[in-house]
Design a protein around this ligand. Sequence first.
Ligand code: HDD
Length: 713
Amino acid sequence: MKKQTKKKTTETQKIKDLKQFEKEVKDTTLTTNQGLKVNDTNNSLKAGERGATLLEDFLLREKITNFDHERIPERIVHARGSGAHGYFELYESIEEYSKAGIFTDTKRKTPVFVRFSTVAGSKGSPDLARDVRGFAVKFYTEEGTWDLVGNNMPIFFIQDAMKFPDLIHSVKPEPNKEIPQAASAHDTFYDFVSHATETLHNHIWAMSDRAIPRSLRMMEGFGIHTFRLINKEGKAHFVKFHWKPVLGVHSVTWDEAVRINGADADFHRRDLWDAIEAGQYPEWEFGIQVVPEEDEHKYDFDLLDPTKLIPEEMVPVKIIGKMTLNKNPENFFAETEQVAFLPGHIVPGIDFTNDPLLQGRLFSYRDTQLSRLGGPNFHQIPINRPVAPTHNNQRDGHMQMDIPKGQTAYFPNTLSGGCPHLSKISEGAFDSYQERIDAKKIRGRSESFSDHFSQPALFYRSLADWEQQHVADAYTFELGKCMHDHIKERMLWLIQQIDKDLAKKVAKGLGMKIPSKIDQPINQAIGADADVKKHQPGKKKNYLDKDPALSQSNTKFDSIATRKIAFLVADGFSMKEYKKMKTTLEKEGAVVQLIAPHGGTIKCDTDMEHKVDASIMTTESVLFDAVYVPGGKKSVTELLKHSKYIKFTNEAFKHCKAIAASSEAESLIDETAVAEYKDDKAIFIGKKPEDFVSAISKHRNWDRMKIADSIAV
Ligand code: HDD
């Protein structure tokens, strides 16, 4: 990505804090870990030139020992991720709801570190897997660190943390053969999903385009659980947290996702890195949905049920701030790999609810860091250190980095003057919300969590035609990869409870019939979770027909900033046309890349040399948002000799992208599938660059989907 208008980077307090741990390589001498200068790091110490290596060789042993231990256990979920630094700014104080400094002080620039991830794949898996994306934000606030550990979908698969290991074991590669990697399309996942109807809501989101984002910068984020905001008077409100990307919510097609994984498995990671390096800083607005405590039981669903969203039609999202990511990590391992997010990290003014999934998470995240990062001092790793000062009597353990001074490590004490001393609530101490509890101890699920079908149906109804088609295709693909008919049948039967037409489409694709009843013995053995009748909507008070916020067709389509446009060129391309189109696109923040038959440089028709961004052999159409072919007879004649340019254009057409060509380049278009569809609303031959810009801002021409399937590439 080329440099655009680079915004000024202002250092946050956290970046300054991290600087003291940074180590420059430039102008340094190679030493051991003890500071001993080294004069040979290529040869081990031997008994003679052709002799055995000596145990004495401490230089060899130090180097190899360090190497042997370079890897730490990857995260059991969300192993594949990318991180970035930035800051959060508040537009307006919400002191009526929360006393948190981050929500009341509009002058603050709170440092953040964000890690985006996929869930199921290993650390080295491809970015474009069909999967939920993690969206974890660490706010280094003045009152302590707050971690909002969310996803890019507003709900979760299960209602109780107790089921999390089962969910993850079912989606991870099957244990006997460790197949498939980073894919939910296999029997064990659908065996589980089809017998746990609470998963169906998150599952239908995972079948939608949300699971294959165009960019990490173009997806929403959600805190998912209902949390509490607490104001100065101690009054609580329920709240859901939202991140809305300034660039809108956009996705690729499944066919593209599969090809992107082959062409550039780091597509999302690279896109995030490049955008930040180019000064095109990713931004999200932060919003809250607030529900007064008195309204806790007003809805058709339970606010404590993490498989339910609050439709924005019912409770609008109030935008209160913005997050900007403006700095890439200096070192992937030190920062992105070692960062530890804990939902239990909160600050005064924010509190938990009894959502049983959240309650379990409060245990799991600290526990997992102990084995992942090696011990209880993981909070002392530079990326995890709060910017707020920390003092307590916790001591020792693996990798203690601090040097606590003095005679005491207990409370109360007199020998250290009673320090570290306690604070009052009025001085900013944390105080758990005093929720009244008067209940029997039970192991079970509230009846108010039992409707598993209304919201998947609401989601599906709210989608545009093209989005619904993508969902049907995704179910068909995923179930088509399952080997066991009884699992597929059960899924068809469940999909039917969500939407009959959807089930019919999937059944047709699978070449199967929707069963009229389901194999009872299996259900009985498995228990109540599998009993669909128990999980029907029942009589609803105020159910919605549609919630427009759930459809990507209602997102923003007003910008082409950061979109990548491929210019297909060979020697002799028209400088005039190239310049006009490039200037127009770059003025709007798009990124132009020259794709030539070879690397190095290329000459336009005025004999000027231009640097080639990629040779046609090293790149693919799926890595771009749109295609332009400038004129220049010599150039077009040369392009026609390379079949990959035809394939490149056909793929862009198949994936519903905008394509523009100069009139002189029409002969190339005539060799492609576009030839028959020149009147398509996102095809421009000899038209103004502005028309092309407007089509790119629409992301895709989804009307083209109907014919896209027939394009062979
Ligand atoms: Fe989790 C990591 C998001 C439920 C147990 N989770 C993890 C990450 C994200 C989420 C984004 C990666 C953080 C990072 O980048 O380091 N998880 C969620 C969301 C959930 C959720 C949005 C439901 C609303 N998770 C959940 C449950 C459990 C866990 C119910 C266990 C009972 N999650 C973990 C974990 C991980 C984790 C095993 C792996 C690595 C880590 O924590 O630090 O503890």
